[in-house]
Design a protein around this ligand. Structure first.
Ligand code: XLS
Ligand code: NI
Ligand code: NI
Length: 436
């Protein structure tokens, strides 16, 4: 039975480019085949629980703007929220969702009560997933909202907070596994510092490394087949976060022996905050072998915080998917809209329109990326640019079979005197522009 929240809106149809219907897709046709695969299977869209159903519309200067019938405490409200959430997933036709424990269950007074509430809601979700065919892209624990986490979770100076956090993550991994989740995400919300004056960096790094090792051990213990993903972010809420960007996370994983166990969930807005482009983060993760999943949104380029807007820039999205497609596409990952409405967008239909626009932009980006792949000019250019490395002498240098003085001897003997070659950036940008 419908909750009536979305009134008489029915499933969002695909109407094709040029449709003026605000409640229809123009570009996202789940069944359209792109490079041999259905668009739905390429993009693997997920709707996030937190921004859509939990965030009240507050900002640093004002409180709640949204009025939602489930905005109150208790299990009945949590179940109404789930009813509406699943209605929205169905209207949009997305295959996946993502949630934090804190989004889904009422907050209890103790770990035991939180766990009971989470188990009750997990079972409620399971029933809804059964009926609707919805799947869980990833689950996660909110270890940043409650005041107990104000100085961090795994990196807290108080070992009891470390223990409370470990216990909470265990229950969230259990819930994720029970719901068949395809990944488990750790975003280090307050794993960082506000001031070095009160922080022991080496100690906090050791704590975070131990924590993540226990997460990986537990994953294997319970036979969870999904991927463990860290979501990098350079700052906000803390002044400096330890999972700054992909390269920093990789160094951390190496240091703690986890580079083959943990991958990354990359968010557009976090890349921008770190001073990178989204495709920089994706390409870095691909190069390091740790690409997992994406949180799709966009960040405002003028503000220094995480604005989590819905994507609306096809060229940017196209380059992101280009790097993902070049890596063979998603495996366990997908496209999670970690994006929220602006606080003046009050109407239920605004939630739908925001996702429709985001899904259409991703569809356009994916199709452009596929066209760039099929055309092959970009890939071919890069191949040619590095072709010199196929020669025997170059391979010997790479294989460690040459020393500096041997190379110096050859450069002298053969009078090696390289001729610079154009990088052709403008030409390559023009090639991209043919497809976006
Ligand atoms: C916050 C993060 C968060 C994670 C999940 O900036 O993006 O929403 O995706 O904890
Ligand atoms: Ni995110
Ligand atoms: Ni974010």
């Amino acid at each position: 039975m419908s909750t009536g929240f979305f009134r008489d809106i029915t499933e969002i149809p695909f109407e094709g480019p040029g449709s003026a219907n605000p409640l229809a897709f123009q570009h996202y046709d789940p069944n359209e085949v792109v490079m041999g695969k259905r668009m739905e299977d390429h993009l693997r869209f997920a709707v996030c629980y937190w921004h859509n159903f939990v965030w009240p519309g507050n900002d640093p200067f004002g409180g709640q703007t949204f009025e939602r019938p489930w905005f109150s405490d208790g299990m009945a409200a949590a179940k109404l929220k789930a009813d509406v959430a699943f209605e929205m997933f169905q209207l949009l036709g997305v295959p996946y969702f993502c949630f934090h424990d804190f989004d889904a269950r009422p907050e209890g007074d103790s770990f035991a009560e939180n766990t009971r509430n989470l188990e009750e809601i997990t079972d409620y979700f399971a029933g809804k997933m059964e009926v609707t065919g919805m799947k869980l892209l990833w689950g996660t624990a909110n270890l940043f909202s409650h005041r107990r986490f104000m100085s961090g979770a795994a990196t807290n100076p108080d070992p009891d907070v470390f223990a409370f956090s470990a216990a909470t993550v265990k229950t969230c991994m259990d819930a994720t596994a029970k719901l068949g989740g395809e990944n488990y995400v750790l975003w280090g919300g307050r794993e960082g510092y506000e001031s070095l004056l009160n922080t022991n960096l080496a100690q906090e790094d050791a704590q975070l490394g131990r924590f993540l090792n226990m997460v990986v051990e537990y994953k294997h213990k319970i036979g969870f087949e999904g991927a463990i993903l860290i979501e990098p972010k350079p700052q906000e809420p803390t002044k400096h976060q330890y999972d700054y960007d992909t390269a920093t996370v990789y160094g951390f994983l190496k240091r703690h022996g986890l580079e083959n166990e943990v991958k990354v969930n990359l968010e557009q807005g976090h890349a921008i905050l770190a001073g990178h482009s989204f495709e920089h983060e994706i390409a870095t993760a691909v190069a390091l072998g740790i690409f997992g999943s994406i949180d799709m949104n966009r960040n405002d380029y003028q503000s220094g915080w995480d604005t989590d807007q819905f994507p609306n820039n096809t060229p940017e999205v196209a380059l992101a998917y280009y790097h993902i497609l070049q890596n063979g596409g998603f495996t366990t990952g997908g496209t999670n809209f970690d994006a929220k409405l602006r606080r003046q967008s009050l109407d239920p239909e605004d939630l739908l329109m925001a996702h429709i626009g985001g899904m259409d932009i991703c569809a356009r980006g994916l199709k452009a990326a596929a066209a760039m792949m099929e055309d092959g000019t970009l890939h071919g250019f890069v191949e040619d640019r590095y072709a010199g490395w196929k020669s025997d002498e170059a391979q010997a240098m790479m294989a460690g079979n040459r020393t500096l003085d041997q190379i110096a001897g050859r450069v002298l003997a053969e009078d090696v005197n390289p001729t610079p070659k154009s990088g052709k950036q403008e030409y390559l940008e023009n090639v991209v522009n043919r497809f976006v």
